[in-house]
Design a binder for this molecule. Structure first.
Ligand SMILES: [Zn+2]
Length: 106
């Protein structure tokens, strides 16, 4: 099952808070949201706990990471399986001083 495979890959660790959880407390999070064209490939999926996924809500990932230095540090430390092009786009977005109108992560 894909969920479990991704959780195992990420060692049952939420990429945003860095804590480890039981599988029933975890969710699969799309780095690029599906509504923005993100797919279901492994490199677009990360493990997130329910609290972090709820906290992120439907914001763009760059907005969520901009608001939380902890989540940002953890994400770049633990989300090592995310496609490099997505990570680069995210870093570009985060480097933008205004942020609010940054480009989509793609
Ligand atoms: Zn979390």
């Amino acid at each position: 099952m894909k969920r479990i495979r991704i959780f195992e890959r990420d060692q049952y660790r939420c990429v945003y808070c860095g804590e480890q959880f039981r599988p029933e407390e975890l969710t699969l999070d799309h780095v690029e949201p599906r509504v923005r064209g993100g797919d279901r490939s492994d490199g677009n999926l990360v493990t997130a706990c329910m609290a972090c996924n709820t906290g992120k809500a439907h914001r763009r990932l760059s907005e969520f990471l901009r608001d939380s230095a902890v989540a940002r540090a953890n994400f770049f430390r633990y989300a090592v399986h995310v496609w490099p092009r997505i990570l680069r786009a995210l870093e570009d977005d985060l480097a933008r001083p205004d942020g609010a109108n940054g480009a989509d992560v793609r």
